[in-house]
Design a protein around this ligand. Structure first.
Ligand code: MG
Ligand code: MG
Length: 271
């Protein structure tokens, strides 16, 4: 995923169109997630929804992934394969979704609570999501990849959480994974410089305990080594006029869940 491809306004608009389909899909899922429904049922709802919006599921068949959604409950970090097991109150589930339309991808993720979750688990979700916005804040002209990683790492390690090392964010466009790699850890002033027209997926994967992970025998599922929960939030962001502009939004999720939030306001896209 090493090649960096800078985008013009037209290409950014097309990526945004795909990202908004993912945003709406996650919003639709937010209304459906409750104890008793399975990840596989949600996966099928998402596939239908994406196709009804004139797009194709971005992950289905990519590197031979078998489903529309990566669904990673509890101690699973990312790349979980949806199963028929019903979700239970107290679970969390990280849902990563991709859509492909007009030759461009959208790709973002949200970790949902199922029913009532433990206070310490809610804190993991809140801190991980806040770290995503810390990362977005650092995606400005003149900064480097290490500045973004540092911001995410500092915010999450302050709580004693583990920052997953082996999986990273990435450039996004006509390919799901382009350069540069965007680690969620780093040193200030190090790494590639952020350039006008870059579009990246910023995606902290944060563990309540150790940062160490294990890949399950299915060849896909990544889980925490200590079996403690893990959270994952992801946005697609373009660098426009030197500043980060969100191409994806959690607004549809918040609408479904009745949450009001101003966290995206500083980064809203202005066409
Ligand atoms: Mg993703
Ligand atoms: Mg991604």
């Amino acid at each position: 995923m090493s090649k960096i491809v800078l985008k013009n306004a037209e290409e950014i608009a097309l990526i945004r169109e795909s990202a908004l389909i993912v945003s709406k899909t996650l919003g639709m899922l937010a209304s459906e997630i409750k104890p008793g429904i399975s990840a596989l049922e949600l996966d099928q709802l998402a596939e239908t929804f994406i196709r009804d919006h004139g797009a194709e599921p971005g992950f289905l068949g990519l590197y031979d992934f078998p489903n529309t959604l990566c669904m990673s409950p509890n101690d699973q970090v990312v790349h979980g394969i949806p199963t028929a097991k019903p979700l239970e109150s107290g679970d969390i589930i990280s849902i990563d979704c991709g859509a492909l339309k007009n030759g461009f991808y959208g790709d973002h993720a949200y970790t949902f609570a199922v029913g009532e979750i433990a206070e310490e688990t809610q804190k993991l979700l809140d801190v991980t999501k806040a770290s995503l916005y810390k990362g977005i804040e650092a995606f400005v002209a003149g900064n480097r990849v290490g500045d973004l990683g540092f911001a995410v790492q500092q915010h999450t390690e302050a709580e004693g959480y583990g920052v997953v090392r082996e999986l990273v964010g990435h450039g996004l466009g006509a390919s799901m994974h382009e350069g540069p790699e965007i680690p969620n850890y780093g040193r200030r002033g190090r790494g590639k410089v952020f350039l006008e027209g870059m579009v990246i997926a910023i995606e902290p994967m944060i563990n309540m305990g150790t940062h160490r992970i294990i890949q399950e025998k299915d060849g896909w599922t990544i889980r925490t080594a200590d079996r403690k929960p893990s959270a994952h939030f992801e946005h697609d962001v373009a660098l426009i006029d030197g500043k980060p502009r969100l191409l994806s939004t959690f607004d549809y999720i918040y609408e479904a869940l009745g949450i009001s939030s101003v966290e995206e306001d500083p980064f809203r896209f202005e066409a």
